[in-house]
Design a protein around this ligand. Sequence first.
Ligand SMILES: [Zn+2]
Length: 470
Amino acid sequence: MRVLLLLAVVAAVTAMKRYDGAPLPTHGGRELWCDSGVARARASVRQAKGVAESVRLTRAGRWKRFKVLRVIPKDESDVAWIQNLELHSLVEIWNSLHRSNHPVDVMVTPANEVQVTGLLADRGLDYTVMIADVQAQLDSQAVASDTPPGASTAALADFQYDIYHTYDQIQQWVSDMATEHNSIVSKFNLAKSYEGRDINGIKISTGVGDPNKPIVWFEGGIHAREWISPATVMFISKSLVEDYNNGVTNVVNILDGFDFHIIPSLNVDGFVYTHTNDRLWRKTRSDLLPEFGCIGADPNRNWPYEWGGSGSSPWPCTNIFRGREPLSEVEIRAVVDYLTALRDSGREIKMFIDWHSYSQLWMAPWSFSSAEPLPPDADDQDNLGAAAVAAIEKKHGTKYVHGASARLLYEAAGASCDWAYATLGAKYSYVVELRDTGKFGFVLPPEQILPTAEESYAGIVAGLEYALTH
Ligand SMILES: [Zn+2]
């Protein structure tokens, strides 16, 4: 243990040298440790302990009696204080951090619960228990997410959109979509993942009208544990194809107006890991800084635009680790290379949506800075967001919030939607955070898959109709 700790300290100090000049360690753009050398040395020891704890927690992969608490910060300093709890590995923050007066959901281990609730009481912060036993939540879903007999080889007509699927089943779905709808759907291979898995997607192209139509890009599953994302992206894809085949007028117009390139599950290594080892894994599975003993980077802090700024971390053991450098994660490099090549071949990328959960948000640029003036296309971006959110609510009454990302949430640099807008030139670039608002968080029950997917389909159809004429 002592040797491990020593190694971790050495690694932390090495990292400090490597990241010289970057705020360290930083959450939400805030320097949480003071600047003096003594404090920095102390910080590296604390961080090293955090490293060891993270490794232990991650490898344990069991969530029995882990709780999710909802804490209501009174001001920005409370939010920073909660972030500091995470830095000390006392809690794991689940939701995206909102500006001002919005609840923060934190997962706490049984071992840390008394200390954490004591610290909250000392600070005068109220909390409620959102999930009393994370393992019990996960167990209640285990049956529903098991493979139904023959599902992986069943025809597309038997594919169940109301359960969660495995990597193999999703890849099979991609192949089946291309086979059964071969007049308008084809399969493409984006790349191989870090661990060598195929990342496959579908293109939907009716061939009607302009052979070089503007392109719509959807990517699901960039964060591994957000299982509702691939499920929703698959449902949206099949609904577009079916409604087109059935002659639904607005969908015919949409598919004759745009070509779609869709990756249902991008972070496939992380996704497989959520099935085999740790249901709550978020990051990739790369091992590019092995001296830290922590695997993976946050793929949504790894995009090559404003990389390294607020709301991302240089520490490999955190959940918002930005990666060794921009595009260090092969999965992100693959998307960037693919879309850049399409654009350079003369195609317009009209829309880019990165589907996440949870929080029920429809967010436009910018993500990296709340002080940055809104983009020149902000009005149209906001109008599309408003149309989508209205259609979502109309379907099942679910309320979403739309707006510029960093003005709703704390800043997050190196995120997909900023790159897609600023560098790629996708006018309608969004991060969508699907259901729910925290009752189940990442462990959204299968009963909510279809309603989530149906309302999301209504939302995106409304958005695409707007994009056809704006
Ligand atoms: Zn996410």
